[in-house]
Design a protein around this ligand. Structure first.
Ligand code: NAI
Length: 220
């Protein structure tokens, strides 16, 4: 067995803290910008100045995955960018369906940035006959009754929930029964699902309330 195999195994088994996981997309974004600007290597100090995170924090974060830096050299930008992408699972295509093809569902489907990171929206689903059959950036809106059939024919990793909150819980359960393992939940409701289902909540209203708190706590 090679050392690489040992390392890969121990990284997979290691529990990474949510705070570290939250920073990974930022590393990926900054490294992508550096790569676009033809930067070949960067020290943790320079990266820390750009990202407003301490250099030791960066070293600690990256050490969770095996380090990647070299004493006296820093980080090779392209290598680290690719490794971050691999750690984030962006080196493969992640098919997504969107449940609820209203304002938010269509806005998500219209966002081209997802494509470049390997996220492919392959279908939207709705109950509204006026929406069913239309396409958003080339992706069809299907009748929600087609969901089971669609999932039996397509490998889908993620389902985004952009439907009214009073419908979200039931649909989430149905999606899980149909084999969906990851939900990107925009509906303002807490989903109670089996432990092996991954739920990422995105709530803009909670974010603006946090901003409001910060404004008011400074007496602005
Ligand atoms: P919308 O009313 O424009 O779209 C909702 C769509 O869901 C409609 O097209 C409707 O026909 C469809 N729908 C209803 N029942 C369904 C079912 N059983 N199966 C499939 N589709 C169904 O509403 P909008 O503005 O797009 O918001 C959607 C959801 O996202 C709401 O729950 C809203 O509260 C939430 N939201 C969350 C935000 C966030 O930051 N997380 C921001 C904006 C909205």
């Amino acid at each position: 067995m090679t050392d690489n195999k040992v390392n890969a195994k121990s990284v997979n088994e290691k529990v990474i803290s949510p705070a570290v996981i939250k920073r990974l997309p930022r590393y990926y974004r900054y490294l992508g910008d550096l790569l676009k600007n033809d930067v070949v290597r960067i020290s943790s100090k320079e990266l820390s100045q750009k990202m407003n995170v301490t250099a030791s924090q960066i070293r600690q974060d990256l050490n969770n995955f095996g380090g990647f830096g070299q004493q006296g050299y820093g980080y090779n930008v392209e290598f680290l960018y690719n490794e971050m992408g691999r750690i984030l699972g962006l080196d493969r295509t992640n098919n997504i369906i969107i449940i609820g093809a209203g304002n938010l569902g269509q806005a998500l489907a219209n966002n081209q940035d997802f494509d470049s990171n390997g996220f492919k929206i392959i279908g939207l689903f709705d109950v509204n006959p006026r929406l069913i059959g239309m396409t958003v950036r080339g992706v069809e809106v299907y009748d929600i009754d087609m969901l089971e059939d669609f999932l039996s024919k397509n490998e889908v990793m993620i389902a985004a929930l952009t439907l009214p909150k009073n419908k979200a819980t039931k649909i989430a359960g149905e999606l899980v029964d149909l084999g969906i393992k990851a939900l990107w939940n925009f509906a303002p409701v807490d989903l109670n699902l089996p432990d092996d289902v991954i739920v990422e909540n995105v709530h803009l209203s909670e974010s603006i309330m946090t901003l409001s708190y910060r404004i008011h706590s400074k007496n602005l």
